[in-house]
Design a binder for this molecule. Structure first.
Ligand code: OSB
Ligand code: MG
Length: 375
């Protein structure tokens, strides 16, 4: 395979359409890295890094991801020459953690790999769906009536599955109000680890009473036993997000029956190949899996939509239309909500979307370029 010619590692900051509040904080503007690889034959590959400005969702941040990419991962690409995503995954495996940094590189390699074959990324990954079912993840709102109104707007837009962020003090009230206003609503909640294991009985009570279909990551990342205890006898699904970082953590959680639904994010698990593998493992265990989101721009969204086109991912994804996050988005064409609460899977080569240079330049905060050393 051809060698790497040039790399750009950019830091951008983009305002979200509205603030996104979770149990771990509020994001108003998102800071993130975009990696652009260029091969010697002039093909490119794009990857978005989902590490946030601060290490709140996981231990990684924009700064640690930049350091990891510059110090360990790029030297690997220059050395190995072969720009194969699966080779990269094996060669970067000895370095622990840093999954979001690894994923950014792996995503860019997949895009490059698929573009060089003139193949849509979805097909390169083995996906078959032309449209993927999606929902919307709604942040904590200032008041319950504001939440009910916001959800009503998303339903009017055509979203058919709503996930709300919860935390102690923002759970029962909001869920009860939504159930009262929208009796048929397909409702999920996500706590991002905000509850102590002792909260299990109260969570069970309100989730059952108000017909919550799925409770995502109520307890801390390593509290698998607490999640298993909640699974026992629950009428709702218990979904793991932060707890599952690789095949080993998924197998351990399956063994313990600590989950009944799996959120897969390429960034959290180190890339698309591992995300696909986790989906297959879930399917083998007859466990529904679905693709989560990290407020990506159209670049990361395109990778996520491609992954969501694979058969194990049967539950609606946390991948909403571009205008739910950024206006305008970084890419063309943008992602639009289609019939049946779906996004269509791009059919062009690679991720199938192109960067809008004017938007990109407007939000660019830091630019670094690396080239192959000529001798
Ligand atoms: O836990 O799923 C999460 C966003 C940032 C960090 C963590 C999470 C989320 C979301 C947003 O829920 C999903 C999306 O991108 O729409
Ligand atoms: Mg989550």
């Amino acid at each position: 395979m051809v060698r790497l010619h040039r790399v750009e590692l950019d830091e951008l900051e983009m305002p979200l359409v509205e603030p996104f509040e979770t149990s771990f904080g509020v994001e108003r503007r998102r800071r993130f890295l975009i990696l652009r690889l260029e091969s010697e034959d002039g093909e490119i590959g794009l990857g978005e890094c989902v590490a946030a400005r601060d290490p709140l969702y996981s231990g990684e941040s924009v700064t640690t991801a930049r350091w990891m990419i510059e110090t360990y991962l790029l030297p690997l690409l220059w050395r190995q020459g072969a720009l194969e995503p699966l080779v990269f995954r094996e060669q970067s495996r000895p370095w622990r953690g840093n999954s979001m940094a690894k994923a950014a590189v792996e995503l860019a390699l997949w895009d490059l790999w698929a573009r060089r074959r003139r193949q849509p990324l979805a097909r390169a990954l083995g996906g078959h769906r032309r449209r993927v079912e999606v929902g919307v993840s709604v942040g904590i709102q200032p008041t319950v009536p504001a939440l009910v109104r916001r959800v009503g707007e998303y339903l009017a837009d055509g979203y058919r599955r709503i996930k709300i962020k919860v935390r102690p003090g923002w759970d029962q009230g909001p869920v009860a109000a939504l159930r009262k206003e929208y009796p048929d609503l397909r409702l999920w909640v996500d706590a991002n680890q905000a509850y102590p294991p002792s909260a299990a009985p109260t969570i069970r009570r309100w989730a059952s009473r108000y017909g919550v279909e799925q409770v995502e990551q109520p307890f801390p990342e390593h509290a698998l036993a607490a999640h298993a205890a909640l699974v026992g006898g629950a009428r709702f699904r218990v979904c793991l997000d932060e707890s599952i970082t690789d095949a080993a953590t998924l197998e351990a959680a399956l063994e313990m029956r600590a989950l009944t639904s799996l959120n897969v994010k390429a960034g959290r698990v180190g890339g698309l190949a591992t995300g696909r593998d986790l989906g297959r493992r879930a399917a083998r265990a007859r466990m529904p899996a679905w693709i989560g989101g990290m407020l990506e721009t159209g670049i990361g969204r395109a990778h996520n939509v491609a992954l969501a086109s694979l058969s194990p991912f049967t539950f609606p994804a946390d991948l909403s239309a571009s205008d739910r996050y950024y206006q305008p988005d970084l890419v063309k064409p943008t992602f639009e909500l289609g019939p049946g609460s779906t996004l269509s899977v791009p059919t062009g080569p690679g991720i199938g979307v192109e960067v809008v240079e004017s938007v990109y330049r407007k939000h660019l905060r830091r630019h670094r370029e690396f080239r192959r050393k000529t001798r």
